[in-house]
Design a protein around this ligand. Structure first.
Ligand code: ADP
Length: 263
């Protein structure tokens, strides 16, 4: 049974939706194997398990991207904005992505300022933004083995997070195209897999949160993608929803009447 929201999304998205259940089961079984067998299997088998796990994670992220793009295109992206500690959310996302990086020999260096205010976010959606940016940094790292993830308070009081790689980089003339649906840089699309949806989706999610997603890059030197989020107290003032702990915002504005919200 599809939820009412899902009925309106395209046939492709509905088909992709079907992949979620077997994938979830597959991930669960791999996790059980890893827990039960850790320390008991030889390193080569452990390495295979890590790779299987990382591939399953990536497939799940791909499925989620397609579903979310369908939601955005049908004007159905709805966010349940709640107060969250940004350092907790970011740290746990980075830990989850560590394995994906590790199987490629890459280490993630994470630095989070300790004076960050809490933010108003839809945790699942923002996790997808982090996933997409770090996944790209991994994919386009070339021979570089380090990715830096940082979070700090920006000059205008927002919470800014950056993901920096030291890999292939992007030529200046191509930068304006990156956030367009299906766009892929022709220089590296033969070597690196992808579908050109990640940045389109991430930009839409960050914008729906009231933030901004930007890029700085130099060909051959690497790229930095950054996004801002609004501190929770600022968000409540802005939306004139003080006292409301569950605020809902769609890609096209706030939904103040919570009875309209279905998921
Ligand atoms: P995908 O990676 O699936 O192709 P995205 O929408 O995530 O799609 O990215 C669009 C394009 O932007 C990529 O095809 C790639 O050319 C470029 N790109 C994104 N992130 C990076 C990065 N960290 N380094 C170099 N190029 C990047």
């Amino acid at each position: 049974m599809y939820s009412q929201d899902d009925q309106a999304i395209s046939f492709v998205a509905l088909s992709v939706h079907e992949l979620r259940t077997p994938l979830t089961l597959l991930r669960g079984y791999i996790e059980v194997f890893e827990e039960e067998l850790s320390g008991k299997v030889d390193p080569e088998l452990k390495d295979f398990m890590d790779k299987m796990n990382a591939q399953a994670e990536q497939l799940m992220a791909y499925v989620n991207n397609i579903l979310n793009v369908a939601r955005i295109d049908n004007d159905q992206l709805e966010l349940r904005l709640q107060e969250e500690s940004w350092s907790t959310v970011l740290k746990s996302a980075v830990v989850a992505l560590g394995l994906q990086a590790k199987v490629r020999g890459i280490s993630l260096h994470c630095q989070i300022a300790n004076d960050l205010p809490s933010v108003g976010i839809d945790r699942l959606s923002i996790n997808e933004v982090i996933n997409n940016l770090v996944d790209n940094a991994i994919k386009y790292s070339g021979s570089s083995k380090i990715i830096k993830i940082e979070a700090h308070r920006s000059g205008d009081g927002l919470v800014e997070t950056t993901v920096q790689d030291f890999g292939l980089g992007i030529s200046t003339s191509l930068l304006p195209n990156l956030f367009t649906k299906f766009y892929r840089d022709h220089h590296n699309r033969a070597q690196v897999g992808g579908n050109g949806l990640g940045l389109y989706l991430s930009k839409a999610i960050v914008s729906a949160h009231g933030g901004n997603l930007w890029v700085r890059s130099k060909e051959g030197e690497g790229s930095t993608f950054g996004f801002t989020l609004i501190p929770y107290d600022q968000l409540t003032k802005q939306a004139k929803l003080d006292g409301n702990t569950e605020m809902v915002r769609s890609a096209h504005g706030w939904i103040k009447n919570h009875s309209l919200y279905r998921r």
